[in-house]
Design a protein around this ligand. Structure first.
Ligand code: S3P
Length: 170
């Protein structure tokens, strides 16, 4: 595998499968996972929805940026990023310092099916419709695509297939 510092940053929309694919990569390639949302929740002693509600979204976004900065000195890690990470230019620069940025994509319908029954995503909690998902995806698409070193479509593929495709292409 020839990545810059051998870190892999998985970016993309909520529910695209970043965490699942990170685990598939970990199993096959003996890499450590940094699951950003889990670490931020643990550090704050509360869930992501509670952080949004009690501390506010800007606070959460700063936590993401601080955590990414810690990855610079790591090697051989898979970072499963929160869906909003690539929206800050500063975060994108940080990721590129130590690894390859992999954008995972899926159709809005696929995303809807995956997020429909979960309650851990404050940005979708009040409106889980395909229209809302598609509109938010479109808003984010330019930043996601600009950040990406490679783009991997996930519809119709298993997590291990996607993991292997990532390894082949980076
Ligand atoms: C967010 C995505 C979530 C989580 C937070 C905000 C976003 O992570 O970080 O709810 O802005 O897209 P997942 O992409 O893992 O759902």
């Amino acid at each position: 595998m020839e990545t810059k510092n051998k870190n892999i940053f998985l970016i993309g929309f909520m529910g695209v499968g970043k965490s699942t694919i990170a685990r598939a990569l970990q199993e096959r390639h003996d890499m450590e996972i940094i699951e950003m949302d889990d670490i931020i929740a643990k550090r704050n002693g509360m869930s992501i929805p509670d952080i949004f509600e009690q501390r506010g979204e800007p606070y959460f976004r700063n936590e993401e940026t601080n955590l990414l900065k810690e990855c610079e000195n790591k090697q051989n890690v898979i970072v499963s990023c929160g869906g909003g990470v690539a929206m800050r230019k500063e975060n994108v620069a940080e990721m590129k310092k130590s690894g390859t940025v992999v954008l995972l994509t899926a159709k809005p319908q696929t995303i809807l099916e995956r997020v429909e029954h979960s309650h851990d995503r404050p940005l979708l909690e009040n409106n889980k419709t395909i229209e809302h998902i598609a509109a938010l995806m479109e808003t984010r698409r330019p930043a996601y695509e600009k950040a990406a070193d490679i783009v991997v479509e996930t519809d119709g593929k298993s997590a291990s297939e996607i993991g292997e495709e990532i390894i082949r292409r980076i």
